[in-house]
Design a protein around this ligand. Sequence first.
Ligand SMILES: [Zn+2]
Ligand SMILES: [Zn+2]
Ligand SMILES: [Zn+2]
Length: 276
Amino acid sequence: MAWVAAGAALQYGIAYKPANMGWREAYVLPDTVDACQHLSTISAEVLAAKQSKLTALRVADPDPCVTCDRCRVRLPDLWLCMTAGCDHIGCGRRKRGAHALNHAERHEHPIVFKLHSLDMWCYECEKWLGNDGDPAIECLRVKEIAETLAEPAGRTEEEVALFDRRQRERAVSTRVMHSDEFYLIQADWRNLWYDFTMGDRIAPPPSLGDAQVQLATRIERSDPVLLNHDYYVINRQAWEFLAQVYGPARSLSEHELRNVAVRQVLVSLRRILPNE
Ligand SMILES: [Zn+2]
Ligand SMILES: [Zn+2]
Ligand SMILES: [Zn+2]
């Protein structure tokens, strides 16, 4: 393992560590330099205050009734500001008001906590916190915070597993670059998966197989299908990942697409079977 000077990590303001690690050890782990620095503002005291806020909320107002402080948006797309002394609850950026984002920008309060799924987002770093591939120290702290802010009964093993799975699956980029092979994925299924990775839906979607067969049938019949309405285009890596996790899944060959209504994109599809 490569080590960096403790001072170099300190200058990034990292002030948290996993319970099983000494402070010195935590500071000199090379990957702390890429961790979200804003996480260090969530001290034990701040976390205790957020916990009380959530307890009060659950007592006074059972979760499904919570609304955005500025509009009527309800769960699942609600975010608690994690800055000390601030209890703002705002709606997500995909909502008309985007009140969590507006609040973060106006007050420079970077981190928010998703009430529905216990995930965290940093508006400064513009990313989910504790994703797969993020520095271990960040992932551990994010888990610790989720654990502390979960319902008093704690999280079940299944809930913890789904939380981890979301962190892993949202790290999968579906973005298609110029030179990529393209894959079509049925929109309804993709939306379920997207909602799962965004923490709007706790359960992952069902298997991809039937959804892809439906799409294939429409394309074979030359029914008109619309990009981002009936289907999305994803890259090969994402397709392979999804086919492996949610497969077996039907993919369409170039031959099958020769006479079809899909004209918006250049498509080159290949049959991919899991574990082939
Ligand atoms: Zn950050
Ligand atoms: Zn709102
Ligand atoms: Zn705030």
